[in-house]
Design a protein. Structure first.
Length: 69
């Protein structure tokens, strides 16, 4: 996952695209776990969730900055 600094430099469209990709990847990983498939990287789900949270936080910060101006 990109550093927070790099995420903040992304445009809204790029960030939305990355967010949808991460959500899809999370669904796939969770589906694999629920079906009992062996997990290659047990920490991957946690990493994906954190990345999603980072993007949502940055979006919220931008929204608040827009309201202040």
């Amino acid at each position: 996952m990109k550093a927070v600094k790099q995420l903040k430099e992304l445009k809204k469209e790029e960030m939305d695209k990355r967010l949808s990709e991460l959500k899809l990847e999370l669904l796939k990983e969770q589906g694999n776990v629920r079906m009992g498939r062996p997990v290659k990287n047990p920490g991957k789900i946690k990493q994906i969730k954190r990345a999603i949270a980072r993007i949502l936080t940055i979006r919220q910060e931008r929204k608040k900055e827009g309201l202040k101006k």
